[in-house]
Design a protein around this ligand. Structure first.
Ligand SMILES: [Zn+2]
Length: 174
């Protein structure tokens, strides 16, 4: 049976032994590091992942995490919706020695037998998928400003000295 609420702390290797499927929606506000920079913390994070062991009995955490966050566009400073889709594929090991036996390109986590906060792991994976400077592909606010500028050009102020100089020029030539 899938786990449908996120316990405070888990036993990751036991969960892998039992091939535990985690299907849960967690309120965004619970991910405090992620929520700190958001314009709005309404919404939730959809988690669908599995603790499992492969044919070599190695423990893995695999799955998908998705949400939509509201951040500040770093170009126009308006709020923007940012969908986050994180694929998780992490080998779970007890120590560096065990990690060295993994395939070279494998991502892994060194975890204790118990007391592991799954929400922290999920939050790390989400943070890896948030761009450092989020920006709209095309900022509506800036497009609007450009339009206004084009429609109503700023009046060019005449410099009174330039007018005088222009008046003087023909006589100076003579
Ligand atoms: Zn923008």
């Amino acid at each position: 049976m899938p786990v449908v609420s996120l316990p405070a702390a888990i036993e990751p290797f036991k969960w892998a032994d039992r091939a535990t499927h985690v299907v849960v929606d967690v309120p965004l506000v619970q991910f405090t590091r992620l929520a700190a920079d958001l314009v709005d913390t309404n919404g939730s994070v959809k988690i669908d992942c599995r603790f499992e062991r492969n044919a070599q009995r190695r423990a893995y955490l695999r799955g998908e995490v998705s949400t939509v966050i509201l951040v500040t566009c770093q170009r126009c400073l308006e709020a923007m919706q940012l969908p986050i889709q994180a694929s998780i594929d992490l080998a779970l090991v007890h120590d560096e020695d065990e990690a060295e036996k993994l395939p070279e390109d494998a991502d892994y986590l060194i975890l204790p037998e118990q007391g592991v906060v799954l929400a922290e792991i999920i939050e790390d994976e989400m943070l890896l998928n948030v761009p450092f400077t989020p920006m709209h592909e095309a900022c509506d606010a800036l497009a609007y400003q450009t339009e206004v500028k084009m429609d109503v050009p700023a009046p060019v102020k005449e410099n009174p000295f330039q007018v005088l100089a222009a008046l003087k020029k023909p006589s100076a030539k003579d």
